[in-house]
Design a binder for this molecule. Sequence first.
Ligand code: GLU
Length: 463
Amino acid sequence: MTTVRTRIAPSPTGFLHLGTARTALYSWAFARHHGGHFVLRIEDTDVARSTQDSVDQILASMHWLGLDYDEGPIYQMQRLERYQAVVEQMIEAGTAYRCYCTPEELDAMREAQRARGEKTRYDGRWRPEPGKTLPAIPQGVTPVVRFRNPLDGIVSWDDLVKGPISIANEEIDDLIILRPDGVPTYNFAVVVDDWDMKITHVFRGDEHINNTPWQINIFNALGAPLPRFGHCPIILGDDGLKLSKRRGAVSVTAYEDAGYLPEAMLNYLARLGWSHGDDELFTREQMVQWFDGSHLAKSPAQWDPAKLSWVNAHYIKQADDARLAALVAAQLARLDVKAEADELLARRCALFKDRCNTTVELAQWLTMYYAEVNPSEQDLAQHVTDAIKPSLVALAAKLEALAAWDAPSINAAIKATIAEAGIKMPQLALPVRVLVCGRAQTPSIDAVLALFSREKVLERLRG
Ligand code: GLU
């Protein structure tokens, strides 16, 4: 049996898009499920738009998501000789030919076709045919090389996602495979690479469905075995329109920055276009175990920020507190708040994480421990009344006298203060929260206070 080999082949013309990340995840999980190999290929033949910064971002995003690859990154621009050699073989075999049309000529050709109400396409003027006389080779024109696409017949494949697809060859023309500068076009380089890298299964976005017939024809012309193709539908924004830069974050890095955990992202992305029964939450190991290429959705999935938050909240609750501390310290730094990722921060994370959807929210809560607090006028007026001030003074004295600074001792001091003043818990707990934490709602007040230093609590209570 052949080994399963999959790949992800991003173009480094921007960050790793969520759609590409999802396809990468499916390719990775499929390879892992079958004990196969997963390859990362950087498709950098669009020299004008490819940047090292994009490559770096793509690699960082793959790393963050934990999508480890067995081979690569392989850069297409380092394989030019290979593509050129294959082109020469094809010209010799008669499956490709040089075309000397100038851009002006091609424009005129399209113009004339439009004027006749025809579909614009290359008219085959340099395509060799038995008995046909080709134009005289013009001086000073560096030719492109075109693929000699079959004129008739049907190209069909059984798509892993969409099912059977067929396109008639008369619908497609002879596409350029090598540019005058010797750089191959996408549709050609992708075939040579998938062939050389022995790719058995191609998962990619369905914007490539129209390219697939050309690619299949080129595979056939090369006598190369065909991979299976699976075209995943696009992801729609929560407004039902195509997810795009203009509508919310579409890069993986943006979600990392916004405080999402990679395991939440993977879980959410996996479910967006794939299902395993009713399972919503699963580990990457489970996904690998379950992902056999079936149950991929045929229709576009809609990005649902609320669901992503819910998934993230689940993983934040499960996350190790020392790990959260490191993430929260980084988020605090972005808020210009300095915090050590130490054991104390870990305990603070443990106390607050149940109420947070992201590590950004967690950092916002924990600023009370690392920066001055600014209670609102409204909270002060409502909760820190003249009537309660004597009890605050009494509580401060009791806290100062405590033998141990821990939640049970603090709790006892609060209870004693309440009992002496004949008031109810919220009457004291709310003003304490407002003064010490800067807000009226927090987790259990004794636990929250125990994670401050005693000095800080007294300073804030005494104002
Ligand atoms: N470079 C192409 C893209 O980013 C890859 C498509 C493919 O997987 O064949 O869309």
